[in-house]
Design a protein. Structure first.
Length: 301
């Protein structure tokens, strides 16, 4: 008997969260002997190998598009976000790097208002402000726990939010598989350029870590897209928070990183803000589908 669709969606999202968490651990392990720029290249190279079956299934003609300049710009911003995010993973405690990456949906809300003209009302702006309070608790500017690398982690989240808006724009005319294929195809040469400046061949077990980063990253992305296709974002978003205890456990076990209560407090605030934003977006989407297009939204949303 097949599992109910909501259960399948939840299991796919849980699998995606596990894959992304293991990718973070693999990046950190590889960073012991390799520059994070080089790790980003190998993640993309081996990720492309994993994604090649998509291209083989659709055929070369599937790449025909009139949106190539948008793909190029989206991938340039995306690779900058990836390099900043990988740098943060290699130079911050894992829990702090992952917690700050959860601020991306906060910046997406701002970018959607600025770039897409989406109307964001009081409740969601309040959630965004609370989320940024969580970011400040983690970063702690001006305090002894502050690290300039945490600013790079926030920069990665800002750039990632712009990428999310660009993907939303592309998705209006482009199929999801084409976006995945073009992303992996363009990211390989784009990430090779900065990697050449710090190049050294991986040695020994470092090969395992860079291969794992590529496989886990692409596998997690595939599971994530399939989960969102089956289930609602508001229901699935809380599952992604399971990545944090996973990386906290590995950070303590493999790297002897202590449990930072400030990071956990800030992460909890960011998570709560994200969960509310996802919930409100789902409510407004359902309302828009059920009401006439000319109906005005109620105040306070």
């Amino acid at each position: 008997m097949p599992l109910p669709i909501p259960v399948r969606a939840a299991l796919l999202m849980l699998g995606s969260t596990l894959f992304f968490g293991l990718m973070v651990v693999a990046i950190r392990l590889a960073s012991a002997s390799l520059h994070t720029f080089e790790i980003a290249f190998f993640r993309n190279f081996f990720g492309l190998i994993v994604a090649l079956p998509l291209l083989l299934r659709h055929g070369p003609g599937f790449l025909r598009t009139t949106q190539f300049p948008k793909y190029l710009f989206r991938c340039l911003i995306g690779i900058c976000s990836m390099l900043a995010g990988f740098w943060a993973i290699g130079h911050l405690p894992l829990a702090q790097a992952v917690s700050l990456s959860y601020s991306t949906p906060l910046f997406v809300t701002i970018a959607a208002a600025a770039m897409l003209g989406e109307q964001v009302r009081a409740r969601r702006w309040t959630a965004v402000i609370l989320g940024f309070i969580g970011v400040l608790i983690i970063v702690r500017p001006g305090m002894t726990g502050f690290s300039s690398n945490s600013i790079i982690a926030v920069l990665a989240a800002v750039l990632s939010s712009i990428v999310a808006i660009q993907i939303k724009q592309l998705s209006a005319t482009e199929p999801a598989d084409r976006i995945v294929i073009y992303t992996t195809l363009l990211w390989v040469p784009m990430s090779l350029l900065p990697a050449l400046g710090v190049w050294q061949w991986p040695q020994g077990i470092a090969w395992l870590w860079v291969v794992a980063a590529g496989v886990m990253g692409t596998g997690g992305h595939m599971l994530w897209t399939r989960a969102l296709k089956l289930g609602e974002v508001s229901a699935l978003t809380p599952i992604t928070f399971m990545q944090l205890p996973l990386v906290v456990l590995f950070g303590w076990w493999l790297f002897d990183e202590p449990l930072d209560h400030w990071t956990l407090l800030g992460a909890a605030i960011i998570f709560g803000a994200n969960a509310y934003i996802a919930h409100r977006e789902a409510v407004l989407t359902r309302r828009a589908e059920s009401e006439a297009p000319t109906s005005a939204a109620k105040p306070g949303e």
